[in-house]
Write a protein that binds this ligand. Structure first.
Ligand code: MN
Length: 203
């Protein structure tokens, strides 16, 4: 019997709560099948190795090959799926949105929130092949946008990952077919900025 070392995270919303931005069907495949497969693979790969006692972040920092790829994909998807909030058809804005330290830092480092969004979408759209676009912070709290191929995560560059968009086709092909840019643009509607702010302030 397989030892359960890592398990599938719980979603902080119902599987259909992100519709129409992300459909229930995409959640069922992306979370229920793709992420579950990475979890099952990693549990098989680390059994009996030095990695079974490590956190995902430690494995990503210290491993290569199949263990790195599966641990990286779990870490990336855990951050991805927990950064969303249920779609709100009224598009209500949290009255304290502009006072959040993460929003103040975005405006400080990118000039405006809209300039940040445009650069983020552009870097997600132009990342060739499969991978992830990230908002990350350096040790001084300065924000950067990075493009990471395949299972990459900015933790390997000493940066703290805050927000991410998955540009693997499995993230959008059911709902958007080949229209990656349209998918990335729509994701802003469901980003939980209180969670991104929590990550930014976390020591
Ligand atoms: Mn994915």
């Amino acid at each position: 019997m397989l030892n359960i070392i890592f398990s599938l995270i719980a979603l902080p919303y119902a599987p259909n709560a992100l519709e129409p931005v992300i459909s229930r069907e995409t959640i069922e495949y992306h979370y229920g099948k793709h992420l579950q497969t990475y979890v099952d693979n990693l549990n098989k790969l680390v059994a009996g190795t030095e990695f079974e006692a490590m956190s995902l972040e430690e494995i990503v920092a210290k491993s290569q090959g199949a263990i790195f790829n599966n641990a990286g994909q779990i870490l990336n998807h855990n951050l991805y799926f927990t950064q969303f909030k249920p779609y709100d058809e009224h598009h209500s804005i949290n009255p304290s949105f502009h006072q959040l330290p993460i929003i103040e830092a975005i405006i400080r480092d990118f000039g405006s929130f809209e300039a940040f969004q445009a650069e983020f979408e552009q870097k997600g759209t132009t990342l060739f092949g499969s991978g992830w676009v990230w908002l990350a912070a350096d040790k001084d709290g300065k924000l950067v946008i990075t493009q990471e191929p395949n299972a990459g995560n900015p933790v390997t560059k000493g940066l703290k990952p805050l927000l991410t968009m998955d540009v693997w086709e499995h993230a959008y092909y059911i709902d958007y077919r080949n229209r990656r840019a349209a998918h990335l643009h729509s994701l802003w509607q469901i980003i939980n900025w209180d969670e991104i702010n929590r990550r930014y302030l976390e020591k």
